[in-house]
Design a protein around this ligand. Structure first.
Ligand code: G6P
Ligand code: MN
Length: 442
C-alpha cells in the first residue's frame, strides 16, 4: 500500500507557504510517495515564481515526481487524489482591510477573528464552494484537505452547502504548532502526544496531553508556563507579534488555570487589552508583506536565477508543511494517526449543538476522521463556544440568504464587537470594502 503514489494539486500554489510545503513533500517521500504535483493559482505572476522554484527543488531532490504549474482550473483538478487547498480570496490587499477597518472603529483587527474574520469568511465561502464543485467535476473521488481561512466559517459553510460530502476535511495547524511548543518545554516529541482538545477552530482548549505511558503531562507544562512564560519552539523565526501572542498563554492560564488555551482566544478574552496594543496603521499584514512575503519571493527568484535550491533558507523544514503532508499520508495509507481536525459535532461534545463544526482529536485513516468523544463541557466553555457558534452560523446564513440582518446579528454576537451600533457601522464599512467579493446583502 505504501507503494501507491499520490497525485496532488496545491490550490494557492503562489502562496508564501508553498515552498515550505514543497520541501515537506520532498522530505516525506517514503511516507507519502508522489507521482505528480500541480501548483494552481489564479495569480499568474506569483505562481510562475513559486512554480519555477518548485521545478528546481524537485529536479534536485525528487526527480521522479512530475511537477507543473497552471492557472487553468481544469488542468489543475483533473486526475488528482488530493487537493491541498490554501487559497486567500482578495490576497494581502484584502487582508490589510480586514485588519485595518475594524481598528478604525475601535475593534480588534485580525485576519480570522472578529470583523476581519467575518469579512474574510464572506469572501472565502464563494470561492470554496466553486472549488469543491469544480474538483468534483474533474476528480470525483479526490480528498479535499482544506487549510483556507477563516477555517471555522469555511468548514461550517461547506458542511451546510455540501452536507453529504465525506471527503472534505478542514484542518488548522495551530493545535500542532502548540503541541510542538508544549513538547519543547518538557523535552518531548510532539508526535508522541495523545492530546484531548475541544472547541471550534481558533477557539479551543487542550484538556489533557498524554504521553506514551498514559501519563498526562499537562500539569507539568502548565507549571513551567506559569513560572517561566511561553515561547513558540521556533521563536527565532517568529515576528514580535507572534511572540506576544504566545506570551499571552501565561495570562490566560493565570485567569483560567484549568486548560491550555489556543492562542487565538486572547482576542476574545482580552479584546480591550489586545486592542490597546494594536496600531491601526501597521498590522500583521504589513509585517508579513515586509517579512515572509519579501523573503520568500526574493529567495525563489534568486534560486531560479542560480538554477539551484541547495542550501537555501527558504526551504527549511516547517511544521505547517510537515503537518499537511503527514495528514494526507495518514489518509492515503490508512495510518490512523491522531490529529486535531474539524468535524460536525453530532454528539462528540454532548452539550454543544449537533450542527456545529467542532475541532477535536480524531483518528485519521482511509475512511476519514473518526473523532474521539469528549462528553460534557463546563458552563464557561459551553457559553463561550455557543456564542461563537451562533456568530459563525449567522455569518454562513448571512451569506446563503444574502441577509443584511443576519450579518448584523453575527457581528453583534461576536465578542470582539458586542455593541449593535458599532456592529452596524462596521458592517457598512466592510460592505463597501468588499464590493465584488461578497454577495449583495439585503
Ligand atoms: C496560524 C493559524 C493560521 C493562520 C496563520 C497566520 O498558523 O493557524 O490559520 O493563517 O497562523 O500566520 P501569519 O504569519 O500569516 O500571520
Ligand atoms: Mn488556523
Amino acid at each position: 500500500m505504501m507503494n501507491k503514489k499520490s497525485k496532488i494539486v496545491l490550490v494557492g500554489g503562489g502562496s508564501t507557504w508553498t515552498p515550505g510545503i514543497l520541501k515537506a513533500m520532498t522530505t516525506h517521500l517514503k511516507q507519502f510517495p508522489l507521482e505528480k504535483i500541480t501548483l494552481y493559482d489564479i495569480d499568474e505572476e506569483r505562481q510562475k515564481v513559486i512554480g519555477e522554484f518548485a521545478k528546481i527543488l524537485f529536479k534536485e531532490e525528487a526527480p521522479d515526481v512530475k511537477v507543473s504549474y497552471t492557472t487553468d482550473e481544469k488542468e489543475a483538478y483533473t486526475d488528482v487524489d488530493f487537493v491541498f487547498c490554501q487559497m486567500r480570496t482578495g490576497g494581502f490587499e484584502m487582508r490589510d482591510k480586514d485588519e485595518k477597518i475594524p481598528l478604525q472603529h475601535g475593534v480588534i483587527g485580525q485576519e480570522t477573528c472578529g470583523p476581519g474574520g467575518f469579512a474574510y469568511g464572506l469572501r472565502s465561502i464563494r470561492d470554496m464552494e466553486k472549488m469543491v464543485k469544480s474538483v468534483r467535476q474533474f476528480s470525483p473521488d479526490a480528498w479535499i484537505l482544506n487549510y483556507t481561512n477563516p477555517a471555522a466559517i469555511v468548514a461550517l459553510a461547506l458542511d451546510k452547502i455540501f452536507p453529504k460530502e465525506d471527503k472534505v476535511l478542514n484542518i488548522c495547524d495551530q493545535p500542532v504548532n502548540l503541541l510542538r511548543s508544549f513538547a519543547s518545554l518538557i523535552d518531548f516529541d510532539a508526535n508522541d502526544f495523545e492530546p484531548v482538545y475541544f472547541g471550534l477552530n481558533h477557539y479551543g482548549w487542550f484538556t489533557h496531553l498524554y504521553d506514551q505511558t498514559g501519563k498526562d503531562r499537562m500539569p507539568e507544562i502548565k507549571e513551567i508556563i506559569l513560572n517561566g512564560g511561553f515561547r513558540p519552539v521556533d521563536a527565532e523565526q517568529r515576528d514580535q507579534s507572534w511572540l506576544d501572542t504566545y506570551a499571552m498563554v501565561e495570562d490566560m492560564l493565570k485567569d483560567f488555570p484549568e486548560y491550555l488555551p489556543n492562542t487565538y482566544l486572547q482576542y476574545y478574552l482580552y479584546p480591550e487589552y489586545k486592542l490597546s496594543k494594536m496600531d491601526p496603521n501597521r498590522t500583521r499584514t504589513d509585517e508579513v508583506r515586509e517579512g515572509r512575503e519579501t523573503k520568500v519571493f526574493n529567495e525563489c527568484r534568486r534560486i531560479v536565477e542560480n538554477g539551484t535550491a541547495k542550501d537555501s533558507s527558504v526551504v527549511h523544514n516547517d511544521a505547517h508543511g510537515d503537518m499537511m503532508v503527514e495528514v494526507a499520508a495518514s489518509i492515503a495509507h490508512n495510518l490512523r494517526k491522531t490529529y486535531v481536525v474539524m468535524v460536525r459535532n453530532n454528539g462528540i461534545v454532548s452539550n454543544l449543538p449537533n450542527d456545529s463544526m467542532v475541532e477535536v482529536a480524531a483518528s485519521l485513516g482511509a475512511n476519514g476522521p473518526h473523532p474521539y468523544a469528549v462528553g460534557e463541557i463546563d458552563t464557561f466553555y459551553k457559553g463561550l463556544i455557543e456564542s461563537q457558534h451562533a456568530y459563525e452560523k449567522l455569518t454562513v446564513e448571512a451569506y446563503m440568504e444574502e441577509s443584511y440582518t443576519k450579518a448584523l446579528q453575527a457581528l453583534t454576537m461576536n465578542r470582539t464587537v458586542v455593541d449593535a451600533k458599532k456592529a452596524r457601522k462596521l458592517l457598512d464599512a466592510l460592505i463597501e470594502a468588499n464590493k465584488g467579493y461578497w454577495p449583495e446583502l439585503n
